[in-house]
Design a protein. Structure first.
Length: 255
């Protein structure tokens, strides 16, 4: 619970500082030099444009090189926990880790230390984390779910490739219930597929959008439930008391 409360406050601040920079979007790429300040491989019409720009502005990524984000590249396990660690504010923890494959001085070293100390991951074995191994979609969603406190939700999902009892089952149920992730048209989720860089930042962006909207709802004293609308970049805020719905644009939720 303490972690969630801290997230609400910290992430609301992150959005107030970073996302307002692109709340009013230019009409065309030619008029917009914001993304071009960071990378050249994410165009204005990309469905993940806002998510990637937010990731740059928030300091979650500095790209794969000076001019590329590489949205279709696979995310390694080391990169996955580093994204979350940066999202949490790069906390420094005093935790002795017994991971033979996590040397000191790597970009992911302190991120792995933090993730282990928080129970967000327990590695691929007692003495290995496998930081260079490609991270699957199921693993990424599970990391984010644990980062959120492993909430249990009552949500009926019909995913042919998400069996009951798998390590990622409840994480996927949670992500689907909030709109953080979406199923394919054939009712599959693809938990074993490699998670790409754009899918990672898109999930984090949706998650933080919900946190920001929840913080706004809480500040008004309303008992509300928030989720991402699947058809548009908006947050659906449902008032528990009278079951009324209010669609809040992503930009408005971040303001």
């Amino acid at each position: 619970m303490k972690r969630i409360l801290c997230l609400v406050l910290a992430l609301a601040l992150v959005f107030s500082l970073s996302v307002t920079a692109f709340a009013e979007e230019p009409e065309t790429l030619a008029e917009d030099n914001t993304m071009l300040n960071f990378c050249v491989d994410v165009t204005k019409d990309s469905k993940y444009y806002d998510a990637v720009l937010w990731a740059y502005l928030s300091g979650l990524t500095d790209g794969t090189d000076a001019v590329h984000f590489s949205p279709d590249h696979a995310v390694s396990r080391g990169q996955a926990v580093t994204f979350l660690w940066r999202l949490a504010g790069k906390p420094v923890v005093d935790y002795f880790m017994l991971m033979d494959d996590v040397p000191s001085g790597k970009f992911y070293t302190e991120a792995v230390r933090w993730a282990l100390s928080e129970g967000i991951t327990d590695g691929t074995s007692k003495t290995t984390f496998s930081p260079d191994k490609e991270c699957t979609v199921g693993e990424m969603i599970t990391l984010l779910w644990r980062f959120s406190g492993s909430p249990v939700v009552n949500y009926a999902m019909d995913m042919s490739d998400v069996p009951s009892g798998a390590f990622y089952t409840e994480a996927i149920r949670w992500a689907l219930s909030l709109g953080i992730a979406h199923a394919a048209a054939d009712h599959t989720f693809g938990p074993g597929k490699v998670c790409t860089r754009e899918k990672t930042v898109s999930s984090l962006y949706r998650f933080c959008t919900l946190i920001s909207a929840a913080a706004k709802a809480a500040s008004t004293g309303e008992d509300a439930v928030v989720r991402i609308d699947e058809e548009s970049p908006a947050v659906l805020v449902s008032n528990v008391a009278d079951e009324s719905n209010l669609v809040v644009s992503v930009a408005t939720a971040h303001a």
